[in-house]
Ligand binder design. Structure first.
Ligand code: WTA
Length: 692
């Protein structure tokens, strides 16, 4: 690796704003490795030699250009896509500073394009028609299917024609509530083709949550299926949709068309409850439509999709992404962060119900004409070897998942991994929460046989695509660090007062200046967009995450600093769980905090105060948890209910979450100053009830 070391040695510093990168002295001088931060893992020379970005120099060169000349950098890349009309003179325009007026971000404005066309038609035109676009693997081993790019386009067109026929027009919303069937990316692409705005709702959300989203975006059509098998369970999705549609109808939002896919392996149509007129079987109508469908050309700044995500208040936010910038950004991040090559087979275990599934199951890979594995089932069904069975079956070369799955498979033992070959693997990826160094090492050593770089990608629903990520082959990695910013991204770490801190430091992670994939607003609430993201530290986009930067300039994400928690990579607002709990007739007040959880990353810990005179019981505990499952979804069920006759509050009535977090994590000697509490005795009482 001597060449490589020389590369590192001659590495210069990053432009200011991206933080300084000192030389990697520890490596160069062969110092003994003092701490985790100094623990470097090098890509092999062979890997670097074939990589898009083979060295730190190349990265620095491209990064520097992307910061000094964003317009030139991005318009060059954007030119590789199909534009019916090129964007106007200005590649981008932005205002991130609320002190200077409304926050506004635009990229490629005036450019006319279509992302579905760029995913399918463009790739087919350049010879990828017979390439496999999707390998679909069912929950039950042995059930599978596949679509080439030609076949995918035909399916997308049929659905697009159907949607047009029932009156969906450019700008209309369509809610998609589907599990990981091929029909899910098909539905997303069909909407994009006709300029409709899709809003995919993760099929683990409850009827209440689905109704809330339907009422917010008022779709013309809801697309779903009757049921799905996940592991050994069958989930009756149509029942959930029925309840959600009934709820929204009560509130005046009536959905005329509920297109329902018959997922025969889980449930036959005969046993599915049906509302004549409204409910229509996908299989009865869609295949009758023509397999070609003209594209609706849209402006780069026209809406592509809405995706609801959790924030620190109760109501989910409709994150809005537009077409052009998102297209360019997801395609580019996919290509570089995974070092994607046409010979790769790519599998991301995320569900299309989350942003990861939007950007890195559907759009990013398909824009690159990649072959994508879509898996319907649970990753450990029928046993913890399933993922590697799938990897071997499809010769997966890029495998992208969440730390929670890594930790859970790690617990099941190496045997389930090592019995499979996995020799097709080349690059691994991680997303959703910080990956702890021991899980990182297991992933690297056992799953990747110590030869596959790990791309630990930090990003958010709001950012559209990767923001801080290793480029495999370019940098030595540090287990647990997301390494360096992607091209065009200027992360800054600020202190409490919003002042930028340089060099080695820790603080709040912000971004100055926009990037093409940034979200443009919160649907129907631009003011909330500005207050949530741009007012805490004026002049910057505030991510909500804490972060530190080490002496070598590597970024280390430390988790959310707001009232959002990451449970198994799912983003949950504590306020949402609290509002679900207090909807229980016997719950007077609730305070929810995240606690460290061995597998899930964070667990949900709920303190509840009961209505006067109601005794706490096991039955009540269960019914409280049930309430959260019903209101949000099973993934948000609290791990622990802690009965609290009273909550620690300040004299002005504010709940002291700091103290609750310490009690929840049993760090009782770190409670800190409790003298400002209205009733300090509450704390001892809570501690004594901890294991009730
Ligand atoms: C967290 C998921 C550390 C972070 C793409 C962020 C991460 C939130 C990482 C966004 C990572 C995501 N390292 N933390 N590699 N990736 N996060 O919107 O707290 O579901 O703010 O997007 O996940 O979650 P979201």
């Amino acid at each position: 690796t001597s060449d490589h070391l020389r590369h590192v040695e001659s590495m210069s510093t990053l432009p200011s704003g991206a933080g300084r990168i000192s030389r990697l002295n520890a490596v160069i001088l062969g110092d003994s490795l003092a701490s985790e931060e100094d623990d470097l893992v090098f890509p092999s020379q062979a890997f670097s030699d074939q990589a898009h970005v083979p060295s730190p120099q190349k990265y620095l060169e491209m990064y520097t250009r992307s910061i000094q000349d964003p317009a030139g950098f991005w318009s060059e890349i954007a030119s590789q896509f199909y534009w019916k009309e090129r964007w106007s003179q200005q590649v981008y325009s932005e205002n991130l500073d609320i002190r200077k007026g409304n926050v506004r971000i635009e990229w490629f404005k005036g450019g006319v394009t279509n992302i579905c066309y760029n995913c399918l038609d463009r790739n087919i035109d350049s010879g990828s028609g017979d390439r496999v676009a999707i390998y679909w693997e069912g929950n039950e081993p042995g059930s599978d299917g596949m679509l080439t790019y030609n076949q995918l386009l035909a399916r997308v067109c049929q659905l697009a024609n159907y949607l047009k026929d029932v009156g969906v027009q450019k700008g209309d919303a369509v809610v998609i509530y589907l599990p990981m069937l091929m029909e899910l990316p098909i539905a997303m692409l069909a909407c994009a083709r006709i300029g409709a705005v899709h809003s995919v709702v993760f099929a683990g959300f409850s009827a209440e949550s689905l109704a809330q989203r339907i009422m917010d975006c008022k779709p013309k059509v809801v697309i779903s299926c009757n049921a799905v098998r996940r592991g050994s369970k069958v989930i009756y999705l149509k029942e959930i949709v029925d309840a959600a549609l009934a709820e929204s109808a009560k509130n005046g939002i009536i959905i005329d068309v509920c297109l329902t896919y018959e997922n025969e392996s889980a449930m036959k149509r005969e046993t599915t409850k049906w509302q004549k007129g409204r409910d229509i079987w996908w299989q009865d109508v869609v295949p009758k439509y023509p397999t070609t469908c003209a594209v609706e050309w849209v402006d780069a700044e026209d809406a592509l999709f809405l995706l609801y995500t959790s924030g620190s208040t109760g109501k989910p936010k409709g994150v809005l992404h537009t077409t052009g910038g998102y297209m360019v950004y997801t395609a580019t991040t996919f290509k570089y962060a995974f070092d994607y090559k046409p010979s790769d087979v790519y599998w991301c275990t995320a569900d299309c119900g989350w942003i990861t599934g939007h950007s890195y199951v559907t759009y990013g890979p398909l824009l690159n004409a990649a072959t994508v594995v879509v898996y319907e089932g649970a990753p450990n069904y029928p046993n913890p070897g399933r993922c590697w069975e799938i990897v071997d079956k499809y010769k997966v070369s890029i495998f992208y998942t969440a730390p929670t799955l890594v930790r859970s498979l790690m617990r099941d033992g190496d045997e389930f991994v090592t019995r499979y070959s996995r020799k097709s693997l080349r690059v691994l990826g991680s997303v959703g929460e910080p990956i702890n160094p021991s899980a990182w090492r297991w992933f690297f050593n056992i799953v990747g046989d110590s030869r596959c770089p790990i791309s630990d990608t930090w990003w958010q629903t709001e950012t559209g695509g990767f923001m801080i990520t290793p480029l495999p082959g370019a940098w030595p990695q540090k287990p647990g660090s997301a390494t360096f910013p992607f091209f065009g991204v200027q992360p800054v770490i600020v202190d409490e007062k919003g002042a930028e801190i340089e060099g080695e430091c820790s603080g709040y992670l912000c971004v100055k200046s926009s990037w093409p994939g940034a979200f443009r607003t919160l649907y129907g609430d631009h003011e909330r967009y500005e207050t949530t993201y741009f007012s805490a530290f004026p002049g910057y986009y505030f991510s909500g995450d804490g972060c530190s930067r080490d002496k070598d300039g590597y970024y280390w994400l430390t988790g959310r600093v707001d009232d959002v928690i990451n449970v198994s990579g799912h983003r949950i607002g504590t306020a949402e769980v609290e509002s679900a709990l207090v909807s229980h007739p016997q719950c007077a007040e609730a305070a929810v905090v995240g606690v460290e959880h061995e597998v899930k990353g964070q667990g949900i810990y709920a303190f509840v105060t009961l209505v006067e005179g109601v005794p706490y019981s096991e039955e009540l505990r269960r019914s409280l948890i049930m309430t959260v499952r019903n209101q949000i979804g099973a993934f948000a069920a609290p791990d622990k209910i802690h009965w609290a006759p009273a909550l620690p509050k300040t004299r002005s009535g504010k709940i002291m979450r700091r103290i609750l977090r310490k009690i929840a994590s049993r760090q009782l000697d770190e409670l800190g100053d409790i003298s400002t509490l209205a009733e300090p005795g509450v704390v001892d009482q809570l501690i004594s009830l901890a294991d009730c």
